[in-house]
Ligand binder design. Structure first.
Ligand code: FES
Length: 609
C-alpha cells in the first residue's frame, strides 16, 4: 500500500500514513492532540491546520462553508476533511492544539473532618522466636487492633511483599490499610514513616483537574490541569460515544488514552514531590456519566440510545490496577454515584462541595456550565436536578474565530463608540476569541445597539459588513491580529450564543416552574466550572444567561467538582453524604417537559437587565 509522510509543524513530529488517511487521524497517530470538537464530522472548524507543502484533496463544501475563501486562500484546511496525496508538511496553529490551554483546577474549600478510607500504621514488631511462633499476619493484626482496626487481609502478592519487607527491615514498616467489613485490606508496604497520598480527579469532557493530596494532613501536594486527550476523538460526549460504539478497539482506545494521560501526570507529581507510586494509596474520580463509563471501560451504547440509561448509576469501587492506573498495588478507585444519564458524579461532587449552601434555609441554584450544563435547585430540603445540552459555544467551538482559553484568546472586549478594545489572555496579539470573550462581546454589542434583542446585526453600524452573503461585525482588523487575518463576530456566532444561553436558561426556568419558586426568591446562585469562573457576570446577566438579580447573590466558586473529589478522598463521611444527596435528588427530564419548546424559544431572546 502507498504510504505518505506527514510532517507536523511547529511540533516537529513526523508520521507515516497509508494513502487515504486524513490529517486528523495522522496527527492522532503521531500523538499530537488536535482539538476535534465534532469528532471529525467536519462541522466544528476546531481542527484547522495550514498546508505548507504537498498536494492534498480539494476542499469539501463543508470546509468552504466553515473556513471561508480568505482562510482557504492562505492554505487553511480542516484536518479531518483533508487527505494527503503525497508527502506533506503542515502547520498546526496554537488555537487548534489541545495542549497549552487554560484549565481550572482550584475551587472553594469547605470544612470537614479528616477520615480517609485508607490509613497508614507504623509497625515495630518483635521477630519470631522459638517461644513466639505467631504468623506474620497475626503479628501485624495485633498491632492493628491497638489502633482499633480489624485484622489484616490481603492477596498473596502483597502479603509476600510484606513478609520479605519486614525481614529485610528489622521488622519495621509502614503499611497502608483500608479498613472494611472483611478486615483491614493491605494496600501498600512502605518504609516506616513514609508519607501516604491519594489522587483526586475531576475528569471533565474537555479538561482534567488532578490533585495529589497528603492523606494524613489533607494538604494538596501537587495539582495540574491537563486537557482530556479524548478531545481529539470528539469534543462533546455524543461524538465520543459514537466513536466508542464503532467497536471494542475504539472504546478501549478512548480509555487507554485517558489512563495514559493520568499516569503521565501522576509520574510528574511523584517526581516533583519525591514520592513513589506505592505511596499513592487511594483514588477518587468524578466525571459526567459518559466520561465515567469511558474511564471505567463500561459500554456506552445504552447512553447513546434512547432512553439514555447508564450501565451503572450507584457508587463504584474497583482496583486501580484493573484499568492500568499506576498506583500502589492494593489501591482502589472510588467513583461516587451518578444521578441520571446526563447528570453525573461530577455534579454530585459539586453538590457535595456546595453543601454549606445546601444545608441551610437558603434557596440555592447550583449551575455547572460546560458542554453539558447541570443545574440543581436546592430548597426546603429538596434537590431538583436537570441537564441542558448547552453545547461547546462557551468553550469557543462553533464560533467562526472561536478558540479555547489559550494565550492570544480575546477574553474581554470594550466597545467604545466606533472603537473596539480587545483584552487577550497573556496579553498576546489576538488570534481568536474564547467563550467568556464572545459572551462579553455580545453583551457589549447589545449595549452599543450593534445587535437587537433578537441578535440581528445593525447594518448601519460602520463595522458591520457583508461577507459571502452573510453579515458580520469586524472585531479586530487583520493588521492588529497575531495571524494577520480579521477576527469577526458573525450572525451565526451570535445565534450559537443564543442557543447555548437559551438551553441553560430554559433548564433554570423549568426547575423554578417545577418548584413554583420565582427567581427573586433564590438567595444564592452558585456558578461552578471553568467557564463559570472566568465569565463576566454583568455580561452573563446582560445576555440573559441568568435571571436579572442583584450581583451579590452570585458566587463563582471555581472547580466545585474538584473540591468535592478532594473532600471525598479525605473523608468517608463526605462519601456517605454524596450517596445520601443522590438518593434524594429528583431528576427533571427537560425534553419531556410539556412547554419545553415554548420556554426554549422565549429564552433565546436577549432581555435587558
Ligand atoms: S471540523 Fe474537523 S473535527 Fe470538527
Amino acid at each position: 500500500m502507498t504510504k505518505y509522510l506527514v510532517n507536523l509543524q511547529p511540533i516537529g513530529r513526523r508520521v507515516e500514513i497509508e494513502a487515504g488517511t486524513d490529517l486528523l487521524t495522522a496527527a492522532q497517530r503521531a500523538g499530537v492532540e488536535i482539538v476535534a470538537s465534532c469528532g471529525g464530522l467536519g462541522i466544528c472548524a476546531t481542527c484547522k491546520v495550514r498546508i505548507l507543502q504537498g498536494r492534498v484533496t480539494p476542499p469539501t463544501l463543508t470546509e468552504e462553508e466553515e473556513l471561508g475563501q480568505e482562510a482557504m486562500a492562505e492554505g487553511y484546511r480542516l484536518a479531518c476533511q483533508t487527505i494527503p496525496l503525497e508527502d506533506v508538511r503542515i502547520d498546526i496553529p496554537r488555537e487548534s492544539l489541545v495542549a497549552g490551554q487554560r484549565v481550572q483546577v482550584d475551587g472553594r474549600e469547605g470544612e470537614f473532618a479528616l477520615d480517609p478510607a485508607v490509613r497508614a500504621i507504623d509497625l515495630e514488631l518483635t521477630p519470631p522466636a522459638l517461644d513466639d511462633l505467631r504468623a506474620d499476619l497475626t503479628r501485624v493484626s495485633e498491632t492493628l487492633a491497638l489502633h482499633g482496626l480489624p485484622a489484616l487481609s490481603g492477596g498473596p502478592k502483597l502479603l509476600s511483599r510484606l513478609a520479605l519487607f519486614l525481614r529485610a527491615n528489622d521488622w519495621q514498616a509502614r503499611i497502608a490499610v483500608r479498613p472494611g467489613a472483611d478486615g483491614s485490606a493491605l494496600v501498600s508496604v512502605l518504609p516506616k514513616g513514609a508519607r501516604i497520598a491519594g489522587l483526586a480527579m475531576d475528569i471533565g469532557s474537555t479538561k482534567l483537574a488532578m490533585f495529589l493530596v497528603d492523606l494524613e494532613s489533607g494538604a494538596i501536594l501537587a495539582q495540574a490541569g491537563v486537557m482530556n486527550p479524548q478531545i481529539s476523538f470528539g469534543e462533546d460526549v455524543v461524538s465520543r460515544i459514537a466513536y466508542a460504539n464503532k467497536g471494542d478497539a475504539e472504546r478501549i482506545q478512548l480509555q487507554t488514552r485517558l489512563v495514559e494521560t493520568i499516569n503521565q501526570t501522576l509520574g510528574e507529581f511523584c517526581q516533583q514531590e519525591n514520592i513513589c507510586r506505592d505511596q499513592i494509596v487511594d483514588i477518587v474520580a468524578v466525571g459526567n456519566t459518559a466520561i465515567h463509563h469511558l474511564f471505567t471501560g463500561l459500554p456506552v451504547t445504552p447512553l447513546g440510545t434512547a432512553p439514555y440509561t447508564p450501565v451503572q448509576a450507584g457508587a463504584m469501587y474497583f482496583q486501580a490496577a484493573e484499568i492500568g492506573l499506576e498506583a500502589a498495588a492494593g489501591a482502589w478507585v472510588y467513583l461516587p454515584p451518578n444521578i441520571a444519564g446526563y447528570v453525573g458524579a461530577d455534579h454530585v461532587s459539586a453538590l457535595v462541595a456546595s453543601r454549606s449552601y445546601i444545608n441551610t434555609e437558603h434557596t440555592s441554584l447550583l449551575i455547572d456550565i460546560g458542554t453539558n450544563t447541570e443545574i440543581s435547585l436546592i430548597y426546603a430540603g429538596r434537590v431538583l436536578s436537570c441537564s441542558c445540552a448547552s453545547g461547546p459555544a462557551f468553550e469557543g467551538a462553533h464560533i467562526r474565530d472561536g478558540m479555547r482559553a489559550a494565550p492570544g484568546a480575546i477574553e474581554r472586549v470594550h466597545l467604545d463608540g466606533g472603537r473596539v478594545r480587545p483584552l487577550t489572555i497573556a496579553s498576546q496579539p489576538p488570534v481568536g476569541i474564547c467563550g467568556s470573550g464572545i459572551l462579553n462581546a455580545v453583551a457589549e454589542m447589545l449595549d452599543a445597539t450593534v445587535i437587537n434583542d433578537r441578535g440581528v446585526l445593525n447594518q448601519k453600524n460602520e463595522r458591520v459588513r457583508m461577507a459571502n452573503g452573510k453579515s458580520e461585525f469586524l472585531l479586530v482588523p487583520a493588521d492588529d491580529t497575531g495571524h494577520g487575518r480579521d477576527i469577526v463576530v458573525t450572525r451565526k456566532d451570535i445565534n450559537e450564543i443564543q442557543l447555548a444561553k437559551g438551553a441553560i436558561r430554559t433548564g433554570l426556568e423549568i426547575l423554578l416552574k417545577e418548584a413554583g419558586i420565582p427567581a427573586d426568591q433564590i438567595d444564592d446562585f452558585i456558578i461552578a466550572g471553568a467557564f463559570g469562573t472566568h465569565l463576566d457576570l454583568k455580561s452573563a446577566l446582560r445576555v440573559g444567561l441568568f435571571p436579572c438579580q442583584p450581583l451579590e447573590r452570585f458566587h463563582q466558586v471555581g472547580n466545585a467538582a474538584g473540591v468535592g473529589a478532594r473532600q471525598m478522598l479525605l473523608s468517608r463521611a463526605v462519601r456517605a453524604e454524596a450517596e445520601r444527596i443522590v438518593s434524594g435528588v429528583e431528576y427533571v427530564e427537560l425534553t419531556t417537559y410539556p412547554r419545553f419548546y415554548d420556554v426554549y424559544v422565549e429564552c433565546m431572546y436577549f432581555e435587558p437587565c
